[in-house]
Design a protein around this ligand. Structure first.
Ligand code: C2E
Ligand code: CA
Ligand code: CA
Length: 720
């Protein structure tokens, strides 16, 4: 500051009583007048002077010095400006080292006035305590910083839109991640980075919410750093006092991982993981919905149940990896064979379902089923090859089921029928299948009850050497007795032989009866030769069938030559066919003779025969029946006999009912005959009599007096 310059020399307000009153009021409001006389600072009375620690003797120079370098510089600059423009303002910050006792004053705004209207230059300084104001300003700044950091480090990306939903501003991070400039993104520019498939949806939601003023919440895909990511966009309106929306605040949140996980969870809940087809739960819901909607459209719904015929075989022979592979391959082919809008599901195992909507005729469903039937082919795995094919059951809504449950049950019956009809078949549900089913259930119940109540009996039908007419052995045949004591043949419980637990129970019961009977005949010294025992496919599929049989033989002291096991071709079909094959090999290893029953009726008889350790062939009754009149039956029978002989097998003819049949078979070289002509099945307790009176019985038609039930009656024309 130039020394010659008289800086502080003018007092603007006289210290009158009046003036001092004004000064006090101003002081209370934080405004202080600093009066400067020619002698120096005249301020002892003001509150400011005490706050600033300025004593009565303070000279202007002193005060000026006390302000500190920085404040002095500010004040001086203001004075230089004031000299030119008459007034100026500066802000001074009081600190410990500028004034002795700053008290609560931190900031002063000093208004400087310069007046040179007369000879003397006058300076007026008005100091206003702005500590409070400054503090508020600083707090505001801190608050702002605070918010800025919260926003900056928040994973959500905020934006602001005007009342019409046009975006006004995005945060820098929003712009950085999308790679858009603020100018590009504002308004509706951000839609350019939105996935095309989401634009319509999010656009609709936003315009709806802007109309209603409701907050919105949408999940969309936004292109971020070059790839689409799932974002949750939420917007909330801000309203004025009249309730009108002023603007919208919102944020976009990256929820990509969460959406992917949610999608995966949803996918898992609705799909089969092996094939990618829909699963049972999803399919059931779809079916229910289709059935609900169908009546209104006057259309039909078709349910197709598809089952791979020889899947179990692949699974068991080639292993689960191969099984899975076949399921996947078939699922793919099934999807391709079904119409694009059909729902295709894997219900479990090797069972699939197809839902066809909007049909007019059952023939449309049959057409699809025919395409599925054509899917059969070769499945190659690990150097092995298996042919696969499927069976299809069809059920239509409304005619075959009034609801999804019933339709499923009935279509299942149609599928069952298709499979039992010989596989690779299509069956449309028919009411008779229900009767069949009910009859099957009744059969199983009948058999189960009879077995539990000890009403299963073993009957024995003689087998005769055709050349000598001597007794060659017996076949054990199951009979059951009803509550009234009437004896029934297995026809009335036939389905029980297919039902695992009951079939096993029947088998065990029969073997126990047969072994008891054999032991008893042996103890009486009777020459019964051999008893043929029928084993159902279900029994042969038990892995411990042979062990249990041989254990029991040992326990009852039965020799291997005293029995023979009769199996049918059924053991090679269906589930666990390879376990049956193992049982066959075990029987062979144990030395137990094996007979192939009902020979000629199965479709692969000859191919099976080649690699089976079978010692006896039983020609089915159906061939024997018309032997005399039907030339093709005659040809078949003679071929079987010739082939059996050539392979060193014993050939048994079943169902010989008359002498002509017996003679023809004898001439053809058939070893053994069985049939009503030679003896009907009889109860165990009559076997002793039969053995002892065999020749009389056969030649002279002598019958035991006590045969009351199931008597082997000879027909009049067979009498001799
Ligand atoms: P299958 O093994 O073919 O038995 C021969 C069937 O032909 C027997 O019927 C027998 O009574 C009948 N039959 C024998 N000779 C003649 C004849 O000259 N004319 C006519 N019309 N029929 C004759 P059955 O006893 O009713 O048995 C039927 C089927 O039930 C058997 O056929 C067999 O598959 C099954 N079965 C019988 N007992 C058992 C058993 O203990 N276990 C198993 N798993 N199945 C059995
Ligand atoms: Ca048999
Ligand atoms: Ca038979």
């Amino acid at each position: 500051m130039p020394e010659n310059h008289r800086l502080i020399e003018v007092q603007t307000i006289e210290p009158t009583r009046h003036g001092s009153l004004i000064e006090d009021e101003l002081g209370a409001a934080g405004i202080h007048l600093v009066r400067v006389g020619a002698e120096g600072f005249d301020a002892p009375k003001t509150a400011l002077s005490s706050k600033l620690g300025i004593g009565p003797d303070s000279s202007a120079r002193n005060i000026f010095r006390q302000l500190g370098t920085k404040n002095r510089k500010h004040l001086l600059s203001a004075m230089i400006v004031a000299r030119k423009t008459a007034s100026a303002t500066c802000k001074l910050e009081m600190s410990d080292d500028t004034v002795k006792k700053p008290g609560d004053i931190q900031w002063l705004r000093v208004h400087v006035r310069f007046d040179q209207s007369d000879a003397h230059a006058r300076w007026t300084f008005v100091a206003v305590d702005i500590s409070g104001e400054q503090l508020a300003l600083e707090n505001l700044k801190a608050e702002e910083e605070h918010l800025r950091h919260i926003v900056e480090y928040n994973p959500q990306l905020p934006w602001i839109a005007d009342a019409n939903g046009q975006i006004i501003d995005f945060t820098d991070r929003w712009l950085n991640s999308t790679g858009m400039s603020r100018n590009e993104a504002v308004g509706e520019g951000w839609l350019k980075k939105t996935h095309p498939d989401d634009i319509e949806r999010v656009g609709g939601t936003i315009s709806r919410c802007h109309k209603s003023g409701e907050p919105f919440d949408e999940t969309i895909r936004l292109e971020v750093n070059g790839t689409y990511r799932w974002m949750r966009a939420r917007g909330y309106p801000r309203r004025d006092e009249n309730g009108n929306v002023v603007c919208w605040y919102g944020y976009t949140e990256d929820v990509h991982e969460k959406v992917l996980i949610d999608q995966q969870i949803l996918w898992d809940a609705e799909h089969d993981s092996l094939t990618g087809l829909h699963n049972r739960a999803y399919f059931s819901t779809k079916l229910e919905k289709a059935i609900k909607a169908a009546p209104a459209n006057l259309k039909k719904v078709a349910l197709l149940l598809v089952d791979l015929d020889n899947f179990k075989q692949v699974n068991d022979l080639m292993g689960h990896v191969a099984g899975d592979d076949l399921i996947r391959k078939f699922a793919e082919a099934l999807r391709a064979a079904a119409p694009a809008d059909a729902a295709v599901a894997r219900l479990g195992g090797d069972e699939f379902a197809i839902l066809l909507n909007g049909l007019n005729e059952v023939s449309e469903a049959v057409e699809v089923a025919e395409a599925i039937l054509r899917l059969q082919g070769n499945f190659d795995f690990g150097g092995r090859s298996v042919t696969y094919h499927a069976s299809v059951g069809i059920g239509m809504f409304p005619e075959h089921g009034i609801d999804a449950n019933q339709l499923l049950r009935h279509t299942d019956l149609a599928l069952y029928k298709a499979k039992s009809n010989g596989r690779a078949q299509i069956q449309v549900f028919a009411k008779e299948m229900l009767d069949d089913m009910q009859e099957r259930v009744a059969m199983v119940n009948r058999a189960r009850t009879a077995a539990r109540e000890g009403r299963i009996l073993a009957y024995y039908q003689p087998k005769v050497c055709l050349r000598t007419r001597k007794l060659a052995g017996f076949e054990a045949l199951l009979r059951w007795q009803d509550n009234l004591g009437k004896i029934h043949a297995p026809a009335s419980i036939y389905a029980a032989f297919d039902e695992k637990t009951v079939a096993e129970l029947l088998g065990k019961t029969m073997i126990s009866h047969i072994f008891d009977d054999i032991s008893s005949w042996k103890s009486q010294g009777l020459e019964f030769h051999q008893v043929a025992i029928n084993a159902s496919p279900v029994e042969m599929r038990q892995s411990d069938f042979v062990t249990r049989l041989t254990d029991e033989m040992k326990a009852c002291d039965i020799a291997i030559s005293e029995i023979e096991i009769e199996i049918t071709e059924g053991v090679f079909i269906g589930t666990n066919a390879d376990t049956s094959r193992k049982s066959i090999d075990q029987l062979h290893k144990a030395g137990i003779p094996l007979a192939l029953d009902d020979f000629g009726t199965g479709y692969a008889s000859l191919s099976h025969l080649r690699n089976l350790p079978v010692s006896t062939l039983k020609i089915d009754r159906s061939f024997v029946q018309d032997l005399a009149d039907n030339t093709s039956d005659f040809a078949i029978v003679s071929a079987i006999i010739a082939m059996g002989k050539a392979s060193g097998m014993k050939v048994v003819a079943e169902g010989i009912e008359n002498k002509t049949q017996e003679d023809l078979l004898t001439d053809l070289g058939c070893d053994i005959g069985q049939g009503f002509l030679l003896g009907k099945p009889i109860p165990a307790h009559d076997v002793a009599w039969l053995i002892e009176h065999w020749e009389e019985y056969l030649e002279r038609n002598v019958q035991p007096p006590k045969w009351a039930i199931d008597v082997p009656m000879r027909r009049a024309n067979d009498a001799n």
